[in-house]
Design a protein around this ligand. Structure first.
Ligand SMILES: Cc1ncc(C[n+]2csc(CCOP(=O)(O)OP(=O)(O)O)c2C)c(N)n1
Ligand SMILES: [Mg+2]
Length: 888
């Protein structure tokens, strides 16, 4: 090839490059291009030439028009179906708010995403009938009116249900405001509306789907995981925080569709920049396959005619704030301000009227472009795909709502706007009816209805649908846990160690061993779980490509393709997302799994509480283990690590059963009962247990305490008989031992007989008591019911004191049902570094503090003289002027 030689050296360089490009394109040597460029970049880099940022591409569609597949569907029928869906989605919200002001709902999100969903429903999203499993779809929470509207057209929902949008309590059933499996367990699979959680959960879902296959628990074709999300939603750290997990593990079963309508709630997502370009950089940098769908087909001829690249230049210059303006301004404005900046560009649109200019589609509204992107996404291998689709928020809502900053809050349309909407989309509703916003559904034998059903039939049935397995697992009986019930004799162990042994035992169980999923965020060694590395391996799709440094050791870091452990690295949000995927596998993959997620209790409900809430919504089943628990038991770590309140946070989630066991046998009884309830009986709830790292001798299980352990309270040790003064000390976790020490001192030095009780679950006790009291309230003339805690304590004399390594409010949950009231000792306040004795004195939960608390409770009842308490404080060496830990 001969290179042109004219002009100065700078021009010559550019010309030469142009020449090479032209030659390559003319000779169709495009397959060589990546190699050529790579070599060019490497050479230039080696010579120290500063290189441009290569993670973003020009502001044009990734798929050029000549690479677009032909559209397989009937565009005309699909357009009508989409229009009816649009109308019904809008009508649901408008009608609900007309009849019940303040019900809320969103019109503009789905209005911008209608094409994105319709093309997916007509051509891509698989239902679960037949061989192929259903695709797992995370729908954007605010777009639900459109999903209900589509289900209505398919005949899955009737008009009465649509009228009950956002009225869960309506007679005949309502439609939940957002995707909530808890409220619509046959319909929704994934809660998504707390923004950012759907995206991160979808990544770990795709990974878990691979895990099930790697472990031989699933075979056959694999579902795709689709996540639809908003561009504003990408500001959530959870949305983007786990992108590299998906590329590292080559999750080509994962497709994200980001609806880039350039707006969030208050205003533009990136008014002064371009959200699509910013996201492209992030996703490409993270190794995703990025498909940009920016312009609709009617821009193609303009790009083809744009030999000088002026159109692209102008597009690169304009910021999202400008594009938002063009979406609401008349065509004349766009002609003047967008095209008019350069005379040649201005001329390029001379043949178009203002009306034509204003109607030119954005890519996300053009089924042809969207179809091309989806097809490329499902055919892509080796990496996850993100589709960045440019749309207009409130598309079709007219002057009141399209592209305006206020559009997100739009709930009502006036009659004129309704008429315009109807006419724009050709919905057959008359002017007389329009004010009532009736729903429109073509008759079952219409072309549209037939087409719609045929498409879904072809794709394996309706979506979304949540279908759970009826599988019940053979849970080992309590007798199989013998070693934990017998006690540790003279060996000192922690409840964490007992738990790890227990899991190892379950892993070896023939019936359920394979179903167990141990999940750890980089803390296995902290919890003594590292022996499991070797025994069952760490799941790694690549196996282990290196020889681990500690290969010779028993506890070496063993990564294998069939590994059973999910070692997440330092991401509690990721680990929790994995746990949710495993904990809902019974509903998404129809294989029941038993996840045990072990973490620092401080970084659980506090750090990822919203995921825990979502776990309740999604009907998760499994075990959460808050390790290194207790404000004073985890002693040296100080303020950030020491947890004294996760039980309080856990108690806010209705489907959580929270336990704070003291002894190894309690851990065994609780876990066995959990296995029975969740996997033997099929109950949809989950367990939270705190585990501690303090070693002490574990007693054997006393007779007949199983029921008390599970219900939350039982008497562990009776005080001596024959004493006049009586007390009851309720203890939990390792602090129970100080209740026992206090029992001794009280008897020996103060002639108080104290019974010591093990309080394993205040939440469970309270839930039962609240329920019974409510029943009594509503049935005032019938014989009152009495709760477990009332029955248990009713026959006891004396005062009640509770002590644990948690805040006082935890035991105070049951105070209304404790005869004579409850004196609670606990660890309110910020943690400190220190020795355990120092901390326990500081928070006033040590032996001496329990003795004082008990004596004072007796003094309050007039059974002990106040001077005697004062004397005891002195004798026990407690400083009455010590700082108040709660605010000190
Ligand atoms: C964690 C969380 N924070 C805030 C909200 C409230 N919220 C609902 S929609 C919305 C704006 C959404 O914008 P975007 O993601 O761009 O979606 P669009 O409606 O534009 O498609 C906000 C702030 C929420 N649902 N979840
Ligand atoms: Mg948006």
């Amino acid at each position: 090839m001969t290179v042109p030689q004219d002009g100065d050296s700078k021009d010559r360089g550019i010309d030469s490059l142009e020449f090479v490009i032209e030659t390559v394109l003319r000779n169709r040597e495009t397959s060589q291009v990546p190699l050529l460029l790579e070599r060019l970049v490497t050479r230039l880099r080696e010579s120290g030439v500063p290189m441009p940022n290569t993670v973003s591409t020009p502001y044009i569609n990734t798929i050029p028009p000549d690479k677009e597949p032909s559209y397989p569907g009937n565009r005309e029928i699909e357009r009508r179906i989409k229009s009816y869906t649009r109308w019904n989605a809008m009508a649901m919200v408008v009608a609900a708010n007309r009849l019940h002001s303040g019900l809320g709902g969103h019109i503009s999100t789905f209005a911008s995403a209608a094409t994105l969903y319709d093309v997916a429903f007509n051509h891509f999203l698989h239902g679960g009938e037949g061989e192929r499993p259903a695709d797992l779809v995370y729908f954007q929470g605010h777009a639900v009116p459109g999903i209900y509207a589509r289900a209505f057209l398919e005949g899955r929902l009737d008009a009465a249900r649509l009228h009950n949008f956002r009225q869960d309590l309506a007679v005949g059933g309502g439609l939940s405001s957002y995707p909530h499996p808890y409220l619509m367990p046959d319909f929704w699979q994934f809660p998504t509306v707390s923004m950012g959680l759907g995206p991160i959960m979808s990544i770990y879902q795709a990974r878990f789907s691979r895990y099930l296959r790697a472990r031989g628990l699933k075979t056959g074709s694999e579902p795709k995981v689709w996540a639809f999300l908003g561009d504003g939603e990408t500001d959530e750290p959870e949305t983007l925080g786990a992108l590299t997990v998906a590329s590292r593990e080559q999750l080509d079963n994962l497709i994200w569709v980001v609806n880039c309508n350039l707006q969030r709630l208050d205003g533009p997502v990136r008014g002064n920049g371009k959200i699509i370009q910013e996201l492209e950089m992030l996703f490409r940098g993270a190794g995703w396959n990025v498909i940009k769908v920016i312009w609709g087909s009617d821009w193609d001829p303009l790009f083809a005619a744009d030999k000088k690249g002026l159109l692209l230049k102008r597009m690169e210059e304009a910021v999202d704030g400008d594009f938002q303006k063009y979406s609401v301004a008349p065509g004349s404005y766009t002609r003047k301000h967008f095209f008019g900046k350069y005379p040649e560009l201005f001329e390029m649109v001379n043949h178009l009227t203002d009306a034509q200019i204003s109607k030119m589609l954005r890519g996300g509204h053009d089924p042809r472009k969207v179809y091309a992107a989806y097809k490329a996404a499902i055919e892509n291998t080796g990496s996850p795909t993100v589709i960045l689709a440019k749309t207009i928020k409130g598309y079709g809502l007219g002057e009141g709502g399209e592209g305006r900053n206020v559009t997100h809050q739009q709930k009502k349309l006036n009659e004129k706007e309704l008429r315009e909407f109807r006419s724009r989309f050709g919905v057959p509703i008359s002017d007389e009816e329009i004010a009532e916003t009736p729903f429109y559904r073509p008759s079952p034998d219409s072309e549209e209805a037939q087409y719609l059903l045929a498409r879904r039939k072809e794709l394996g049935g309706a979506l979304p649908a949540r279908i759970t397995t009826t599988e019940r697992l053979a849970v080992p009986p309590l007798s199989a846990f013998g070693e934990f019930l017998r006690g540790s004799e003279r060996f000192e162990v922690s409840t964490t160690m007992a738990f790890v042994r227990l899991v190892s035992m379950l892993l070896r169980n023939k019936e359920i061993g394979k179903r167990i999923v141990p999940i750890i965020p980089d803390e296995a060694r902290t919890f003594g779980m590292d022996p499991l590395f070797r025994e069952i391996g760490i799941y790694s799709p690549k196996g282990q490509l290196y020889e681990p440094v500690d290969k010779e050791s028993l506890l070496y870091y063993n990564e294998t393709k069939e590994g059973q452990i999910l070692e997440e690295g330092i991401t509690e949000a990721g680990a929790m997302s994995s746990w949710i995927a495993a904990a809902t596998s019974y509903a998404t993959h129809h294989v029941t799994m038993i996840p045990f997620y072990v973490y620092y209790s401080m970084f659980g409900f506090q750090r990822t509480g919203d995921l825990m809430w979502a776990a309740g919504d999604i009907r998760a089943k499994g075990f959460l283990l808050g390790g290194t628990a207790g404000r004073t038991t985890l002693n040296g770590e100080g303020l950030q690590h020491e947890d004294g309140h996760s039980h309080l946070l856990a108690s806010t989630i209705p489907t959580v059963l929270g336990y704070d066991p003291a002894w190894a046998y309690e851990v065994a009884v609780i876990i066995q009962d959990g296995l029975r309830r969740m996997y033997g009986e099929g109950e949809e709830l989950f367990y939270y247990l705190t585990l501690y790292n303090e070693n002490y001798a574990m007693p054997p299980m006393p007779k007949g305490v199983e029921e008390g352990i599970v219900k939350g309270l039982y008497k562990f040790s009776e005080g001596p008989s024959g004493m006049k003064l009586k007390a009851h000390i309720l203890g939990s976790g390792p602090i129970l031992r100080f209740a026992l020490a206090a029992q001794k001192i009280l008897a020996e030095r103060f002639t108080v007989s104290a019974d010591v009780w093990s309080a394993t679950s205040y939440k469970t006790l309270r839930a039962d008591a609240v329920q019974k009291r409510r029943w009594n309230m509503l049935h005032p003339t019938q014989a009152p019911q009495s709760s477990y805690v009332e029955q248990l304590l009713a026959k006891e004399q004396g005062v009640f004191v509770a002590v644990s390594d948690y805040v006082k409010l935890v035991p105070e949950q049951i105070a209304p049902w404790v005869p004579g009231g409850l004196m609670a000792l606990g660890t309110d306040g910020f943690g400190r570094s220190g020795t355990r004795p120092q901390l326990r004195r500081f928070f006033e939960i040590d032996t001496e503090s329990i003795v004082i608390g008990t004596l004072y409770a007796l003094a309050e009842k007039g059974q002990v003289k106040r001077q005697a308490v004062e004397q005891a404080i002195k004798e026990l060496g407690v400083d009455p002027e010590k700082p108040f830990p709660e605010i000190h």
